[in-house]
Each structure stands twice: as C-alpha cells, then as structure tokens.
Design a protein around this ligand. Structure first.
Ligand code: B12
Length: 210
C-alpha cells in the first residue's frame, strides 16, 4: 500500500489513487491540498519520463488519474457557498500545446469563484483568442501552456491581441508548468500565476468589486 496520494499517482496505481482521494475527502482533508498532491505527483511522473523510466502511456495514465481524482474533489469545492459575479475571463491552452489538466483546474476555480469563464480549449490559435476577446469583451485573458514552445505561442497571442487594438481593454495572465516571471516578461503578459488560486486572486484584483 502506498503511504500517500502522491506515491499512488506517481506509481501508476490508479485504483489506490482514487480510493485514497475518497478517503482523504471523507476525513476532511482540504480539497485544495488534494489538487496540490496531484500536481506534485505529476512532477515526479514528468521527471521519470525525462529519465526514460516512464513513456507516453504513463503520461496518459497519469493524466487520466488526475482527471478522475479532480472529478472527485470538485464537488467538494463547489459547496463553498454563494459567490457573486466578478467579471469575465477568456481562457485557453495556447497553440501547439494540448495539456489541459491545469487549465481545466484554473477554469473550474475561476468558475466557482464567480467568474464567467469562456474556455476555448487546447491548441488555440492567437486569432481565436482575438475573436473571442472582441466578441465578449472580457476583463481578463488567461493563457495556459506546459510546453516550452508554448511560451512563443503566448507571446504571439499577446502580440495579436495588441495588433487587434484590444490590449488596453484586457489584463493578461500566463501560467502552467514552468511559467515564471521571465516568461511573463518574454510574452508581454501582465502577470503570471503558479497555481489556480493565484489565477483567481489576479482575476479578482483586476476586476475589483463588480
Ligand atoms: C499529463 C502530461 C501529458 C498528457 C496531457 C494530458 C492532458 N489532457 O493534459 C499527454 C500524454 C497528452 C502529454 C503529451 C505530451 N507531453 Co506531457 N506531460 C504531462 C505531465 C506528466 C503532467 C502535466 C500536468 O497535467 N500537470 C498537472 C497540472 C495540474 O499542472 P499545471 O498544468 O502546471 O497547472 C497548474 C498550474 O501551473 C496553474 N496553471 C495552469 N495553467 C494556468 C494558466 C494561468 C493563466 C495561471 C495563472 C495558472 C495556470 O494552475 C494549475 C493548477 O494548480 C507533465 C510533467 C510535469 N512536470 O508535470 C508532462 C510534460 C509537460 N509533457 C512533456 C512532453 C515533452 C509532452 C509531449 C511532447 C510528449 C511527446 N513526445 O509526444 C506531448 C506534447 C503534446 C502537445 N502538443 O501538447 C514535457 C514538456 C517538456 C517541455 N518543457 O516542453 C513534460 C514536462 C514532461 C517532461 N518532464 O519531459 N503530456
């Protein structure tokens, strides 16, 4: 038996991971801690992939496990209580990148915290962001990406928003995987966030009390 959820996910023990998640929820563990554990496990999976211990099937299984554990956790977060509408956010994983687990967690957390979220999905071209921004006039745009190549797509997206004359009307945040302040500067975004709660607090900060 694994000691922790991190061990179970990183060790590819799917049924144990789900059982442990349920056990943690039943014993009152903070749902956000469980989401954090999932992310920590993914870092171990990623490191094992890099060293050749794991291959694509393990990445896929790890992704599936995280989706399933998130699905168990999400209803517990929804019970947080009444939230008022703060504003609109357009979100998507940028062109060339199909990693969506983190983006989906951010989408979910923005949603339960009272934002109207327009999720454009994965591998989203810059023009699709531009079109959506022009159509719904969001307060904020959230660009997600895990691959190193996503940084260029984020930069292109920010430039396209600027070229379309929409940059002054929106705040832009970037996040996912190794995104940090260097990436923020490189892409021309206003801020970066290392987790979903940072995305929520940035969005709240940018929209004020609406
Ligand atoms: C699962 C996984 C996959 C799954 C994805 C399934 C899915 N539906 O998303 C699959 C199998 C499809 C996959 C494919 C590939 N993958 Co992959 N994958 C991973 C893995 C193991 C976990 C990623 C993950 O979901 N993490 C958990 C989530 C919750 O974390 P997160 O995304 O960072 O999100 C959190 C925060 O960052 C933040 N956040 C996220 N978005 C945003 C946005 C904003 C605005 C803000 C503020 C915050 C924010 O909030 C989230 C919650 O707290 C990572 C390894 C790792 N280190 O994690 C490799 C990893 C990302 N993959 C990698 C690679 C190389 C690939 C492939 C190229 C492999 C291949 N040869 O085909 C393909 C690329 C496909 C493509 N074009 O995108 C590399 C990337 C290397 C690089 N630097 O470019 C990694 C790092 C593995 C490694 N160490 O080599 N992968």
């Amino acid at each position: 038996m694994p000691d922790t959820l991190v061990d179970a996910i990183a060790g590819m023990r799917e049924s144990e991971a789900l059982a442990l998640t349920q056990q943690m929820l039943d014993s009152g563990v903070d749902p956000l801690t469980i989401l954090d554990d999932g992310r920590a496990a993914m870092e171990i999976v990623g490191a094992r992939f890099e060293t050749g211990e794991y291959f694509i099937p393990e990445l896929i299984l790890a992704g599936e496990m995280l989706k399933q554990t998130s699905a168990l956790v999400k209803p517990r977060i929804q019970h947080v209580g009444e939230v008022k509408k703060h504003g609109k956010v357009v979100i998507g994983t940028v062109k060339g990148d199909i990693h969506n687990i983190g983006k989906d967690i951010v989408t979910f957390m923005l949603d339960v915290n009272g934002f109207e979220v327009y999720d454009l999905g994965v591998d989203v071209p810059a023009q699709t962001f531009v079109d959506k921004i022009a159509a719904v006039k969001p307060d904020a745009v959230a660009l997600s990406g895990f691959l190193t190549l996503a940084f260029d797509s984020m930069k292109e997206t920010v430039s396209a928003i600027k070229a379309a004359g929409l940059r002054d009307g929106v705040k832009i945040m970037v996040g996912g995987g190794t995104v940090d302040d260097h990436v923020r500067v490189y892409t021309g975004a206003d801020a970066f966030g290392q987790d979903a709660m940072v995305a929520v607090s940035l969005a709240k900060q940018w929209t004020g009390e609406k």
